[in-house]
Design a protein. Structure first.
Length: 210
């Protein structure tokens, strides 16, 4: 049986795509799922994280494969057979690659920071998702503890027809720090707020992974 393909796409740079793929991969693997990830971004940050992880040897192995966008279908065909979930990390500012990654997915997560500028910049990705007739949700990332600006961003996203999935992820240094050692927050700070948020996201995705 083939695994479920989840693509993380957002054509705006620095929204948190790679962070989300790595953190979610670890959280899903910690639940006992067989998880793999594909890095189609030539920046290859996910691949670099994976090399660190393999060297650390203390963590559950997660297979991360680098693949050019044009080869994605072939890569996924080979990978998905032995996995429950395959996460695809896509590059910013690259419509063709984003399109193949969105087309291949059962579900698309669109990380977005809570500001109107970021919601507006997400329109290109949302339009792409719509053209490919895929289901998607926004994943609010780097949420501040409180603020008007968050409510405005949520309202603008709702107007564009998208709701946020789970509670979103706070702006927490644990997310970055764990990646620096090839891990995820559920491994380095399992009782922290960041781990709670990523577990809540994994739980919210459960119906999509059945
Ligand atoms: N929830 C978070 N809390 C704190 N820092 C975060 C969070 N999410 C992402 N970051 C930081 O934001 C920066 C950009 O994140 P990341 O590289 O994951 O984004 P990206 O969308 O993959 O970028 P690109 O478009 O260049 O591929 C990184 O320095 C990362 O550590
Ligand atoms: Mg990235």
């Amino acid at each position: 049986m083939s695994g479920t393909i989840l693509t993380v796409a957002q054509q705006k740079g620095g929204a948190g795509k790679t962070t989300l793929v790595a953190q979610l991969a670890v959280a899903l693997a910690a639940q006992g799922r067989r998880v793999a990830a594909v890095d189609i971004d030539p920046q290859a940050s996910l691949g670099a994280w994976s090399e660190l992880r393999d060297r650390a040897a203390a963590y559950t192995p997660i297979r991360v494969v680098k693949s050019p966008g044009w080869k994605l279908d072939l890569t996924l065909g080979e990978l998905a057979r032995g996995c429950d979930v395959v996460l695809v990390d896509s590059p910013p500012h690259a419509e063709t690659e984003a399109r193949v990654a969105v087309r291949a997915a059962r579900f698309v997560l669109v990380p977005c920071q809570p500001s109107l500028l970021d919601v507006w910049a997400s329109r290109a990705t949302l339009e792409l998702v719509r053209r490919e007739s895929r289901a998607a949700a926004i994943l609010w990332n780097r949420l501040p503890p409180r603020g008007h600006v968050v409510d405005e961003a949520r309202a603008a996203a709702a107007e564009a027809g998208l709701a946020g999935l789970a509670e979103g992820l706070g702006n927490r240094s644990d997310f970055a720090r764990s990646l620096h050692v090839g891990a995820g927050v559920v491994e380095t700070a399992p009782r922290g707020a960041a781990a709670r948020e990523i577990r809540a996201l994994a739980a919210a995705l459960r119906p999509r992974l059945a």
